[in-house]
Design a protein around this ligand. Structure first.
Ligand code: ATP
Length: 820
């Protein structure tokens, strides 16, 4: 290999490889991964991957920043992976803002990522060790958040991510302390942190088995003993009955599952619903996550936390002229969505299910040049103990499930973020600078066949593999950077995971109007974990994209060919070294070189009869052809497996999209429902207002009617008192009746007169006009008309005006008719 890994300057990550010790029951398997020993005292950096059971496959050699063998301890990892410089970079001992640090693990499921990052019950992981060294290093410079009220406002205002900031005391009290506080949904499992006495291990009782049974179950491997199943968040009153004979976790859980009625719905049940759509009914097996049916009680405070390895003598330098505040947040990327691990799920009013709101990774008003996860809950911690308890609380929310490959498999990528805030000492209102230390425990890639996942867990697995495939593409880009090519930033935006991991990998460019300065790129460390006895194909795939350098060697001509070829040398004749039969591997690689690893001995084929040059040439050609074809088969196999995985990922993606659609539909329904309710309320108010207006108008109308009537009969209407209302109404009715009778009588009389008038000759009509009860002049007629009009008005609508037209000579009789 041309490049020594440690010389590579432009790497986005320093990449370390940690090999895990063989799992129980795997000892007889063939070890395919060998560490290349270096000289005494030098740490190994290269490994060779020998394909098991297939000598024709290419042998690959990979280079890492450093390789940790099976016997490496947590302390070795802490020291060897340079966590201390990472912490020191973030503390910025020489003044100014610190450099962001990223520490992540990558590997197959069950290869030891969580073990490395979070340790086990007796050993601390890199997260705890990093926290320990942070608090140890700044212990005389850390602010006292609890007893300095002004700090709260200044830390809040320095936050650029729209976060909810809490003090550790308040947060921990709400999570662990107050039994009377509202129930906390979502706590699911013990974490590697808690050291519990052995009598506290129980077999899970599934929801519904006992009235007060715990609502969440998690399979936990007790140390390395696979036959134990541990129940978590166990209410104290259940501890008595939970001790059961040892059974295998699978059998135990499967038999319980088949005897149990289906659990009630929960926020996770959406994925289950898809499962029920797509899968056959009885597939509620080992891989399925049983969501809690109802909210859980507050968490039990951890009884003890592991203290080993001890790093009490280790300290990073810090800036003596600065004061520091440590703010912690935790989130997970699950099915390509970000969820806060420190905010418990909330009950939806519409569905009565517990759900968590996905958060956005975006630029905010106060962070225009840098994307941040917006809306997280953050906790200000004053000491290591508080920080570990916050970590513990967050881990309880993280999604895990038992699979065929790992009894406690992480189903999401977990992010633990330590924000190191720093400002000049003594400056009460001084601005805070900030750097972050992100510790990431990635979910492991898995093969559905081995993991035996089904339903929701299968979908999760697909999503995990998909995001890791994108991560692989991004990691391969390290080569481009080494060649000074411009990074293809679009690659990082393919999924949330790569966006989060790589967003700080390049110097930020603040907008010209912004006062903030250019931030240096983060320092990143990737620890790749691998099981040398595990799945060869999956492991080699991860190593291919994560290694800093790679060398492929196609094995030399099959031995039979070389035997035939070398048979051409007469006994005792010295044999020339054969030309290398190495061929280009079609697989692209960051540093791809081809070189034979095999050096045939010079005289091991003596004693065979010579063959002609012609035959030798044919043989060589044949051998070349065979090797080429073997290589091609390898390539095709690789492509096939890649395509199959892509198909599984696509199917999983499809299923998760269906999930998402259901979720969206639910959200839209809720929104529509709320919108409808709001509109209905507005319409009701409008309707009520118009009704009362109508009533008012009606009353006014009636008043005017009475007024007109009163005027027509010469009655003075006084404002009616409440007591007179009924009496007045009666009087009005009588008046109206009288007037109607009078009107009727007059109509009859007029009709009689009309008839009389029409029966007379025009010359005889005049005497009729002399009758006293008939209007004699035009003015009389109009006054009578006015009177009748008034009567009409009082009978009908007071607002309706009668249109008066000047009478025409030839219509005088008709006009009289109209007037009535
Ligand atoms: N180096 C190690 N030494 C001892 N035990 C280990 C080591 N690595 C892993 N293990 C054990 O192997 C089991 C699986 O490891 P772990 O849960 O860390 O895997 P993982 O890579 O995080 O898997 P997943 O991706 O499914 O979450 C655990 O019981 C863990 O304690």
């Amino acid at each position: 290999m041309a490049d020594h890994p440690q010389k590579a300057q432009a790497n986005l990550f320093d990449v370390y490889l940690r090999l895990r010790p063989p799992q129980a029951g795997n000892a007889s398997a063939e070890k395919f991964l060998l560490v290349e020993e270096l000289e005494e005292g030098d740490a190994p950096t290269h490994i060779t991957l020998n394909p098991p059971n297939d000598r024709r496959r290419a042998i690959e050699k990979f280079a890492f920043t450093r390789v940790f063998e099976e016997d490496a301890t947590q302390l070795d990892l802490f020291q060897g992976t340079k966590v201390l410089p990472l912490v020191e970079g973030a503390l910025a001992p020489h003044g100014g803002d610190g450099t962001d640090g990223l520490l992540a693990t990558l590997g197959m499921t069950g290869s030891g990522k969580t073990h490395t990052m979070l340790g086990c019950r007796s050993q601390r992981g890199l997260t705890q060790l990093a926290l320990d060294v942070v608090f140890r290093s700044i212990q005389s410079n850390i602010v006292d958040y609890e007893s300095t009220p002004a700090l709260e406002a200044s830390i809040r205002s320095s936050d650029t991510s729209e976060a909810n900031i809490h003090s550790a005391a308040a947060f921990l009290e709400s999570v662990f302390g107050d039994v009377t506080a509202p129930s906390r949904a979502g706590s699911r499992a013990t974490t590697p942190l808690i050291v519990r006495p052995s009598h506290m291990n129980f077999c899970p009782q599934l929801p519904g088995q006992y009235p007060d049974s715990p609502k969440s179950v998690r399979l936990v491997r007790h140390q390395d003993d696979l036959s134990h199943v541990t129940m978590l968040s166990t209410p104290p009153n259940q501890k008595r009955r939970a001790i059961v004979p040892r059974r295998t976790p699978t059998a135990s859980l499967a038999s319980k599952l088949t005897n149990t009625s289906p659990p009630k719905k929960h926020y996770m049940a959406l994925t289950s619903s898809v499962k029920s759509k797509n899968m056959t009914k009885p597939d509620l097996l080992k891989g399925d996550y049983l969501p809690p049916a109802t909210p859980r009680r507050p968490l039990q405070r951890p009884s003890a936390l592991p203290q080993i390895p001890d790093i009490s003598s280790v300290r990073a330098s810090c800036d003596p002229s600065a004061e520091y505040a440590i703010v912690i947040s935790m989130y997970e990327v699950y099915n390509d969505r970000i969820f806060d691990l420190l905010t418990p799920p909330v009950k939806s009013n519409a569905t009565k299910e517990y759900r968590r709101r996905a958060l956005l990774f975006k630029c905010t008003e106060t962070s225009p040049d840098r994307k941040v996860v917006a809306g997280l809950r953050k906790v200000v911690c004053g000491n290591l103990q508080e920080a570990l308890m916050v970590l513990e609380a967050g881990l309880h929310e993280r999604r895990v499930a038992g699979t065929g490959s790992n009894s406690v498999s992480s189903r999401s990528h977990g992010f633990f973020i330590i924000e190191i805030k720093k400002r000049r000492r003594g400056r009460v209102n001084g601005p805070w600078g900030m750097s972050t230390l992100s510790i990431v425990d990635l979910a492991g890639s898995e093969r559905a066949r081995d993991a035996k996942t089904q339903g929701a867990t299968l979908v999760e697995g697909g999503k995990i593999n998909e995001s890791l495939m994108y991560l692989g593409q991004c990691l391969q880009m390290q080569t481009d950077l080494n060649n000074n090519a411009k990074p293809n930033l679009r690659l990082f935006r393919q999924c949330k995971l790569t966006e989060l991991l790589f967003t700080n990998s390049f110097p930020s460019t603040p907008p010209s109007h912004s006062a903030s300065h250019r931030r240096p790129p983060q320092k990143a460390v990737m620890i790749v974990t691998a099981d040398p006895f595990g799945d060869f194909n999956a492991t080699s795939q991860i190593l291919r994209y994560s290694a800093l350098a790679r060398e492929v060697t196609v094995p030399r001509i099959p031995s039979i060919t070389s035997t035939i070829m070398s048979s051409g040398h007469p006994a005792g004749q010295s044999q020339q070294p054969e030309p290398d039969m190495a061929f280009s591997s079609p697989v692209s690689s960051p540093v791809l070189q081809h070189r034979s690893l095999f050096h045939p001995s010079s005289n091991h084929n003596r004693g065979f009869s010579p063959i002609s040059d012609n035959e030798r040439g044919t043989m060589e050609n044949a051998a070349l052809e065979i090797a080429r074809m073997a290589d091609m088969i390898d390539q095709l196999n690789g492509e096939l497996s890649h395509e199959s995985e892509a198909r599984v990922a696509a199917e999983a993606h499809l299923m998760s999209m269906e999930d998402r659609i259901i979720e969206l539909e639910q959200e839209i329904r809720e929104e529509c429902y709320a919108d409808f309710e709001q509109r209905l309320a507005i319409e009701m108010n409008r309707w009520k207002a118009s009704l009362s207006l109508e009533q008012e108008r009606g009353e006014e109308h009636w008043d005017r009617k009475v007024e007109v009537l009163a005027r027509s009969v010469g009655v003075v209407v006084t404002a009616p008192s409440d007591e007179d209302d009924v009496e007045n109404e009666d009087k009005e009715n009588v008046l109206i009746e009288n007037l109607e009778q009078e009107n009727e009588r007059l109509r009859r009389e007029v009709a009689i007169l009309k008839r009389e008038l029409s029966s007379r000759t025009p010359s005889k009509r005049a005497p009729l006009q002399e009758r006293g009860d008939l209007p004699s002049s035009k003015s009389d007629i109009s006054s009578l008309g006015g009177k009748l009009e008034q009567l009409k008005v009082s009978n009908g609508s007071p607002t309706k005006k009668v249109r008066k037209l000047p009478p025409k000579k030839w219509e005088s009789v008709a006009m009289d008719d109209d007037m009535f």
